[in-house]
Design a protein around this ligand. Structure first.
Ligand SMILES: *[C@@H]1O[C@H](CO)[C@@H](O)[C@H](O)[C@H]1NC(C)=O
Ligand SMILES: *[C@@H]1O[C@H](CO)[C@@H](O)[C@H](O)[C@H]1NC(C)=O
Ligand SMILES: *[C@@H]1O[C@H](CO)[C@@H](O)[C@H](O)[C@H]1NC(C)=O
Ligand SMILES: *[C@@H]1O[C@H](CO)[C@@H](O)[C@H](O)[C@H]1NC(C)=O
Ligand SMILES: *[C@@H]1O[C@H](CO)[C@@H](O)[C@H](O)[C@H]1NC(C)=O
Ligand SMILES: *[C@@H]1O[C@H](CO)[C@@H](O)[C@H](O)[C@H]1NC(C)=O
Ligand SMILES: *[C@@H]1O[C@H](CO)[C@@H](O)[C@H](O)[C@H]1NC(C)=O
Ligand SMILES: *[C@@H]1O[C@H](CO)[C@@H](O)[C@H](O)[C@H]1NC(C)=O
Ligand SMILES: *[C@@H]1O[C@H](CO)[C@@H](O)[C@H](O)[C@H]1NC(C)=O
Ligand SMILES: *[C@@H]1O[C@H](CO)[C@@H](O)[C@H](O)[C@H]1NC(C)=O
Ligand SMILES: *[C@@H]1O[C@H](CO)[C@@H](O)[C@H](O)[C@H]1NC(C)=O
Ligand SMILES: *[C@@H]1O[C@H](CO)[C@@H](O)[C@H](O)[C@H]1NC(C)=O
Length: 678
């Protein structure tokens, strides 16, 4: 078994080595000979060679009798340069040895060459054999029958000058070669993929050609190739780079505006877009802005600027505004708009702006609310803090909320502004400052809980101008609890957030997380418990409890009063009763006489009054026409008894008596108690 296996392995290795040995190598070979390098063979008049060794071969039918391997000579092509009297062949040699190659040409024909000069004669025909000696090995190509005229190539022309207009190039080349009959030119715009070739045109004596229909202010590559009328086209001349001249800008700028109203003064902001290169058709030197109150054309003002934005003071009236761009060739068409500066209808500014640095460029993000108007574009402006006059602009379409700013300097702080543009209206800029080291120069601080209820949680934070330690891609606000997790991006317009639909009496943790290129970090965090009851519920609860307490109190007071009334009789104060007072009268003390108050004569003792409730009624003007106060008479007559009523209601609100009975000393009734009990 093992013997057989090792034999197998051996065979495999051998085959592999053989295969390696047979791998074909390709090499591009080229040999150029001139007239002087050709050698006659003394014996063989039908041969001309470049190496004397090749004279040995015998000929048959104008072809050397040699063993040929055409498969080793691929894609052979030969040409003759008439001017230099040089003959060149180029081919691809295949062989399997890595060794130096020595090549030679064998020119032969079945008629004798009188002299080898005859080989490079324009009408000569011959057979060519290429001999290659590779190491020790000799290889011969196939027989190539050649007709000199067919392989003669015109010399590479030389473009001597170009003259441009804004749409054409006049190309002039070296016309010293008089035999040239035709030429062609190819050209392409800088960075274009493919060439455009002109049709073949006759090579005039002046040797110039005008290419037309080109774009203004564009750089072109061009080269030319010529032809004798037979044989091969020359190689293309070396590329010439040429730029067409400027012409008037072809399009008007797209212009938008907004009116900024401050108390009693209006500012008109005009914002326009740089022309595309194809429209600018030259280097834009600046913009001419003019604005004129429609009612007072004499007050027209014009200014030149190189910026893409101006702010001009206006009055609250209608203006005609026009803007044009100009380059070296002149002005673009004017863009004219009519602005009513008495009312502003600007597009809402972008809601938020954030910048993140990736070390060599700034990536900016923003948000926009589209509810009011459709934003067609956003205009991004940025400038270095130390060079605010030198601004850069970029535009992105209305569905793009990010832009990439490049070409920034590491040590600079930049101010970046984004304005929304909706056709001819635009909105105020939202600004942020940033640098390549820190990203946005804003830090998130003072994260705190604002309000907690049973089901909601409000948190608040602030943005502060600062240089953060790292460039934060974005801040995220994360809430996590036993039942849920929420997360949202936090941008500078946001300063608080309300989490809703939370569970009562549950612990939540809230984080502000910063995301950076290298990972996430926690900026701030809070742990909060939602309430068991809301404050209004607490209030209701408390109110209920107080009410209950109050009811209980009233109930107990009532119960107590009733109990007292029924179970503990009231002890009368004798001072409040007539009889009592009489009895207590000090004048009676020590007198020998016994004074008797004859009750019968004072009051008719009735059933009701026996209960000893005496009531005093004073008829005080309750009846309006009876102003007098009735004297309290202690007569027994029927009409007089009416003055004394056993009813309690009547007296309760009665005022203090102004008059007392003539013959009894009545006590003053306290205001609140209208009755006397004994
Ligand atoms: C030879 O030329 C032909 C066509 O011109 C091309 O397809 C082929 O790849 C060339 N052979 C080699 C070995 O380059
Ligand atoms: C070249 O060789 C062919 C045979 O391969 C022969 O027929 C022909 O006549 C030769 N050409 C010249 C110019 O001798
Ligand atoms: C280029 O052409 C313009 C007008 O055709 C001419 O005025 C100018 O002299 C020309 N320049 C050259 C270098 O030929
Ligand atoms: C092109 O340039 C040549 C020489 O510079 C001049 O003779 C010729 O008139 C020019 N042609 C045009 C159309 O300008
Ligand atoms: C033509 O171009 C080829 C390759 O680009 C080069 O090898 C050859 O020498 C050129 N011929 C002339 C006449 O310049
Ligand atoms: C073309 O360019 C090459 C290299 O750039 C240079 O060697 C050659 O002389 C040039 N040819 C002409 C005709 O100017
Ligand atoms: C603005 O520039 C244009 C073109 O250079 C010039 O014609 C015009 O006089 C300038 N206007 C002002 C107000 O400077
Ligand atoms: C400009 O706007 C104001 C306020 O809307 C309006 O009263 C006035 O008529 C407008 N002017 C013109 C000329 O439309
Ligand atoms: C915004 O554009 C859409 C589609 O182009 C259109 O339907 C909508 O009415 C526009 N809204 C406003 C406010 O112009
Ligand atoms: C807006 O621009 C973006 C990026 O350049 C592009 O992918 C998108 O198709 C554009 N949208 C429209 C409506 O042109
Ligand atoms: C807290 O939230 C509740 C319910 O949303 C609200 O009634 C209350 O006014 C808020 N308190 C504060 C201080 O914002
Ligand atoms: C950072 O946080 C974001 C959003 O929460 C997440 O998508 C990302 O995977 C996190 N990156 C790392 C490194 O944890």
């Amino acid at each position: 078994m093992s013997v057989r296996r090792s034999v197998c392995v051996f065979i495999c290795v051998f085959c592999f080595c053989c295969a390696l040995e047979n791998v074909k190598r390709f090499s591009v070979q080229e040999l150029t000979v001139t007239q002087t390098e050709l050698k006659d063979c003394e014996e063989q008049m039908k041969l001309c060679v470049t190496s004397s060794d090749d004279c040995l071969y015998s000929l048959s039918d104008g072809v050397p009798q040699v063993p040929r391997t055409p498969e080793n000579f691929l894609n052979t092509s030969c040409h003759y340069l008439y001017h230099e009297k040089s003959f060149t062949c180029r081919w691809i040699q295949t062989n399997n040895v890595r060794s130096q190659t020595i090549n030679s040409f064998i020119f032969s024909r079945h008629k004798d060459f009188w002299h080898c000069d005859q080989v490079f004669f324009i009408y000569s025909t011959f057979n060519l054999t290429i001999r290659s000696v590779i190491g020790q090995k000799e290889q011969f190509s196939a027989v190539y029958p050649l007709f000199m005229q067919d392989i003669t190539q015109a010399p590479q022309p030389l473009i001597t000058s170009v003259n441009v207009t804004d749409s054409s190039i006049n190309v002039t080349w070296d016309g010293s070669e008089k035999s040239i009959t035709e030429c062609r030119i190819r050209y392409k715009r800088l960075n274009a993929e493919s060439w455009t070739e002109t049709a073949d045109f006759p090579a005039s004596i002046e040797s110039h050609f005008v290419i037309e229909g080109l774009q203004a202010f564009s750089e072109y590559h061009l080269s030319i190739s010529c032809f004798y009328g037979f044989g091969r086209w020359s190689n293309w001349s070396n590329d010439t780079r040429v730029k067409t001249s400027e012409s008037l800008p072809s399009a008007a700028v797209s212009l938008s505006y907004y009116v900024k109203s401050e108390e009693n003064s209006q500012q008109l902001l005009l914002l326009w877009k740089a022309l595309e290169d194809t429209d600018a058709r030259g280097f834009i030197l600046g913009y001419e802005v003019s604005y004129m109150p429609i009612k007072q054309p004499s007050q027209k003002k014009t200014l030149n600027t190189t910026h893409l934005k101006v702010m001009v003071p206006v009055r609250a009236e209608e203006y005609e505004v026009s803007v044009c761009a100009y380059n070296g060739a002149g002005r673009s068409p004017y863009r004219q708009i009519t602005v009513n500066a008495s009312f502003s209808h600007d597009v809402a500014a972008v809601k938020s702006l954030w910048v993140y640095s990736d070390g060599s460029s700034l990536q900016i993000f923003w948000e926009h609310d589209f509810s009011a108007v459709n934003v067609s574009e956003f205009a991004i402006e940025w400038s270095a803090m130390t060079d605010p006059e030198h601004t850069h602009w970029k535009r992105v379409n209305g569905s793009t909320f990010t832009a990439h700013l490049t070409g920034l300097e590491a040590q600079q702080t930049y101010i970046v502004g984004v304005s929304p543009v909706s056709e001819c209206l635009c909105g105020p800029q939202t600004l942020i400052s940033a640098d390549l080291h820190h990203g946005a120069l804003l830090d998130l601080v003072r994260f705190r809980v604002l309000n907690v209820t049973r089901s909601s949680l409000a948190v608040e934070w602030m943005w502060q101008e600062a240089k953060p330690k790292v460039s934060v891609i974005q801040y995220r606000l994360l809430l996590s609890g036993p039942h849920e997790a929420q997360s949202l991006t936090v941008l500078p317009y946001k300063q608080q957030h309300l989490f809703l639909h939370l569970h009562p009496n549950t612990k939540y943790s809230i984080h502000i997380q910063g995301q950076t290129k290298h990972g996430n970090f926690s900026k701030a965090s809070l742990d909060v418990n939602t309430l068991l009851l809301d404050s209004d519920e607490q209030m209701r609860f408390t109110a209920l409890a107080v009410l209950l307490l109050l009811l209980c109190g009233i109930f107990s007071v009532l119960t107590w009063t009733m109990c007292r009334e029924y179970f503990s009789p009231i002890i009368a104060n004798p001072r409040y009763s007539l009889i009592g007072r009489w009895l207590l009268n000090p004048h009676l003390q020590g007198s020998a006489e016994i004074c008797v108050l004859k009750l019968d004569s004072l009051f008719p003792v009735e059933q009701q009054t026996e209960k000893s409730i005496l009531q005093v009624e004073r008829r005080v003007s309750l009846i309006s026409d009876h102003e007098d106060v009735f004297p309290l008479k202690t007569s027994s007559s029927a009409e007089d008894t009416a003055l004394w009523k056993p009813s309690s209601d009547y007296v309760e609100n009665a005022p203090t008596p102004t008059s007392v009975p003539e013959y009894v000393d009545l006590p003053l009734f306290p205001e609140t108690s209208g009755y006397v009990q004994n």
